[in-house]
Design a protein around this ligand. Sequence first.
Ligand SMILES: Cc1cc2nc3c(=O)[nH]c(=O)nc-3n(C[C@H](O)[C@H](O)[C@H](O)COP(=O)(O)OP(=O)(O)OC[C@H]3O[C@@H](n4cnc5c(N)ncnc54)[C@H](O)[C@@H]3O)c2cc1C
Length: 367
Amino acid sequence: MKSSDHIGIIGGGIIGISTAFYLSGLGHDNITIFEQCGIACHSSGKAGGFLARKWCDETDLRGLARASYALHMELKSEFPDLDYRCVDTFQVNTSERRSDKSDTQTPIKWVAEDHVTATKLLDTSDHTAKVSPKLLCNKLISVAKSRGVKVSISKVVDVKKSDGHVTHLLLSNDSEYVPVDILIVAAGPWTTKFIHQHFPEYQLPAPRAQTRAHSVVLRPRSSVGTECLFQYHTTTSGTVDPEIYPVADGTVYVCGEVDYVELPDNPLDIKPDSAKCDDLISQAGYAANCLSEAEVVTKQACYLPGSHDDLPIIGRVPESRNVWMATGHTFWGILNGPATGKCLAELILFGKSKTCDVAPFSPDRFL
Ligand SMILES: Cc1cc2nc3c(=O)[nH]c(=O)nc-3n(C[C@H](O)[C@H](O)[C@H](O)COP(=O)(O)OP(=O)(O)OC[C@H]3O[C@@H](n4cnc5c(N)ncnc54)[C@H](O)[C@@H]3O)c2cc1C
């Protein structure tokens, strides 16, 4: 490729942004991110931002996750204002039934003991951390912009091809086609649909079901600690497992409650199920009383970017010469965003990725 080549990236989430950040860091600056709503307007701005160094070790994600955890630490050193903090992480079992306090003393000061049946340290602050996904996306995009990357708030609705090459993109707010030399599709849960529609020759299997997850942001009246909690809450009808992450600004993020409502075309049309958000607040209240009485700052929902085999898809779209894709990061997109972006940048600029081996995530595996 030539240094003057125009790279178009569809998607202003963590994956598209990280790719632009590392491409521009490696010296390529003729890049435009096309984002239909706004930077980090979907999952990448609504995620918890929990990071774990070793939790993917028993899976195919090991190399990517370890490399990305290390990149997050690099980013934290470079940009101290990211709200990145190293945290201890606990499992907290709770029950609707009041427990006998004498049996269940918890080391976490802000956790209520009256409904806690057990606590277990899952990992220490040497290996788990919490970052603000929105701040991270905003920081990476502002640095990328300072290196020449452009952001176009527009939806890509069509591609023009010639001889196996994508040559132009058509934007929803423009009647002209925009020329591109390389296209990267990093459109989160919309990627599969986009690829099916515009590259039908590559028969990418659809993800099993588009998973929607709810989250709430609470502002408790009393202060909480820094520990991240994976709660197992037993009710009369079964067990639910919300995740509770204190945020540096004094709020607490709680997520869980998944369902399978059809993905709308526009992220701004995603409406959370308010009752599911209320359930999250009530469940979290069994772990810490201050959460059930907290001010509710946000109720929201967003979709996980899935894939047919629940692994990321990173690499060149088969049958195409200049189209790349990066999606399918499910619950670990914030963790794995930086390494995905860096590997993709290296693949495109140098033909191979030095940061880690992304061959297991190649789109070729579905052929
Ligand atoms: C509730 C919840 C909590 C989570 N917590 C964590 C966590 O703690 N740690 C972690 O590592 N991960 C977490 N995740 C996962 C993480 O949020 C995602 O994996 C990640 O944000 C996906 O990033 P993305 O860039 O692929 O997609 P997105 O953030 O969805 O970005 C894709 C963008 O593409 C744009 N787009 C789509 N089509 C077009 C088009 N045609 N033209 C222009 N733009 C287009 C969309 O508007 C969107 O902004 C969580 C996810 C959820 C749902």
